[in-house]
Design a protein around this ligand. Structure first.
Ligand code: MN
Length: 193
């Protein structure tokens, strides 16, 4: 039977410590993402979605208002994309990004403001929408690819993304992400697509 399988982490579980611990990755990647994948596989078994590429499941479920399938499929995409956005020790914001925001400091300030402002669970994104590079947020499982917008970078601000390492201090998690955890090579690859 067709099923989506777990996406492997693109690095060792301790690779992001101390800014994101191995324990957080064990739960976030090994439990949360794994559950979205298994739930999605159960939901699409023997349906017209079985065999579709993940991006197609997301777009079709959005069009048809299939909320449970959309939520789980979008969370699978969002998490796989998020884990690929992470790499330890990349603090320098590339000129291509900085120039779109009037400087690296402005990018940093705008991204942090957006990520801090997500009420409840959601995601903060750097995206390319047509010719424009901008920062957006989405609630719960919602994802730019459901809206024809290309994601370049994302930060998961669901509490499960940071609670073991930062408890309620989301602002500290955002700072750690911006200063120590972004794989800018991955972002620039997405810009070049
Ligand atoms: Mn998450």
């Amino acid at each position: 039977m067709y099923s989506l399988t777990q996406f492997p982490l693109p690095y060792d579980r301790e690779a992001l410590a101390p800014y994101m611990s191995g324990t957080t990755l064990d739960f976030h990647h090994g439990r949360h993402l794994a559950t979205y994948i298994s739930t999605l596989n159960d939901l699409i078994a023997d349906t017209e979605y079985a065999g579709m590429p993940l991006n197609e499941i997301i777009v079709q479920a959005a069009n048809r208002g299939a909320q449970k399938i959309f939520n789980n499929a979008a969370q699978v995409f969002n998490h796989n994309f998020f884990f690929h956005c992470l790499r330890r020790g990349e603090g320098h914001i590339p000129d291509e990004i900085a120039s779109a925001f009037g400087g690296a400091d402005n990018f940093r300030t705008e991204f942090k403001k957006a990520a801090s402002g997500v009420f409840g669970s959601g995601w903060t994104w750097l995206v390319r929408d047509g010719d424009e590079i901008k920062i957006i947020t989405t609630a719960n499982a919602d994802t730019p690819i459901a809206h024809g917008i290309r994601p370049l970078l994302t930060l998961d601000v669901w509490e499960h993304a940071y609670y073991l390492d930062y408890q309620n201090r989301r602002a500290d998690f955002i700072d750690a992400f911006l200063d120590h955890l972004i794989n800018w090579d991955f972002v620039l690859e997405n810009m070049a697509l």
